[in-house]
Design a protein around this ligand. Structure first.
Ligand SMILES: Cc1ncc(COP(=O)(O)O)c(C=O)c1O
Length: 357
């Protein structure tokens, strides 16, 4: 198989070492004679996987004791509804509208209470993170999308919300940079970018929010029930959780979050420098809000962008097409993308510029 670099936004690249380990253990997990996929979710072996995944997540992110870690289903999209269902209780919440994902979260929240748009960058096609927020002192929470996967903008510093809980969708940048979890009331992320395969959603929630959440909700969508049942109310996505555990081990073995953050900065710098240096490319995000995970750019015409994507694909640089709603190009350079992959892309950009500029 010729070497391919996967720049898809998600499901995304996974570390090669993780795939290899999963392959080695696929048919016989640690000598038990069965696959991890075909044993009970209540067995000792699977329970150990789940405990290890949670322990490693807690250690890597420095999750304080007074937070619960949940492995849920239904993707981040289910959290768009589950958060207001549990925490809004017909009250008011602040949302920052930074793009496609924020809009979806806002739409769901409106089903359960009043939404105050505390800031929006819709006026400039979501090319920046709004800075002067109109926060409500009586909000149940403030919701932000930590990294807008489609627009390629990312919060570099999170707003100070005082006693109002800050909630962040970190689907596309969790584990990519150091965080002070105690600044957040709730963090959530679908696994399929920086954490594992699709099918499991990580939720980290402060326990007082769980205690004060709504009662009488359907069990699957109740934080209280999910915390009480330790994420095994029903059959969890066992294989996906097992891969999450392997990805956490890979992070540990590679120096943890601070090391991956340094590599992520290096990769983003290489790519943005190429975009800024070659006249054929133009970054679409406001420079100070540029995402270090999803690098969005345009070429001088959409025709040229199509040619760029086609030729890049032929050389093994896969998944560079921008999201269908915005066009252009997008290179997703999550944790598992090696620096060499970004260097290959930069080399290709230079060559393409020379041949077509
Ligand atoms: C920032 C963000 N939020 C939410 C979602 C939706 O996630 P899911 O497909 O897990 O529901 C995505 C998917 O790409 C995303 O990038």
């Amino acid at each position: 198989m010729s070497k391919k670099y996967n720049f898809y936004a998600g499901p995304a690249i996974l570390p090669h070492e993780v795939m290899k380990k999963a392959q080695d253990e696929l048919l016989d997990y640690k000598g038990i004679g069965l696959s991890i996929m075909e044993i009970s979710h209540r067995s000792k072996d699977f329970d150990e996987v789940m405990v290890a995944a949670e322990t490693k997540i807690r250690a890597l992110l420095g999750v304080p004791e007074n937070y619960s870690v949940l492995f849920l289903q239904g993707g981040a999209t289910t959290q768009f509804g589950m958060i207001p269902m549990n925490l809004l209780k017909d009250g008011k919440a602040d949302y920052v509208n930074t793009g496609a994902w924020a809009k979806k979260a806002i739409k769901e929240a409106k089903l359960f209470g009043t939404v105050n748009i505390a800031g929006s960058s819709e006026d400039s096609n979501f090319s920046y993170i709004p800075k002067n927020l109109n926060l409500s002192s009586d909000a149940a929470y403030l919701h932000v999308i930590s990294n807008e996967t489609i627009g390629g903008i990312q919060w570099q510093n999170f707003p100070d919300t005082g006693s109002v809980p800050l909630i962040a969708d970190m689907s596309s940048d969790i584990f990519s940079r150091e965080l002070d979890i105690s600044k957040f009331g709730l963090i959530y992320a679908g696994a399929q970018k920086n954490m594992g395969p699709a099918g499991v959603t990580l939720v980290i929630i402060r326990n007082d929010l769980v205690e004060n959440s709504a009662d009488n909700l359907t069990s699957m969508l109740s934080y209280k029930v999910q915390v009480e049942k330790k994420s095994v109310l029903n059959t969890p996505p066992c294989f996906a959780i097992y891969i999450v555990k392997l990805v956490m081990e890979w992070l540990e073995q590679n120096g943890g979050i601070s090391a991956i953050e340094a590599t992520n900065k290096e990769k983003a710098k290489l790519l943005y420098e190429a975009i800024d240096n070659y006249p054929m490319y133009k970054g679409t995000a406001n420079v100070e809000d540029r995402s270090k995970m999803n690098v969005t750019f345009r070429l001088t015409s959409e025709e040229l962008a199509s040619k760029f994507i086609k030729e890049a694909t032929a050389t093994g640089l896969i998944g560079l097409k921008g999201h269908r709603s915005v066009g252009g190009c997008r290179a997703s350079i999550y944790n598992a993308m090696p620096v060499t992959g970004v260097k290959e892309l930069v080399k290709f950009m230079e060559k393409f510029e020379q041949e077509n500029g």
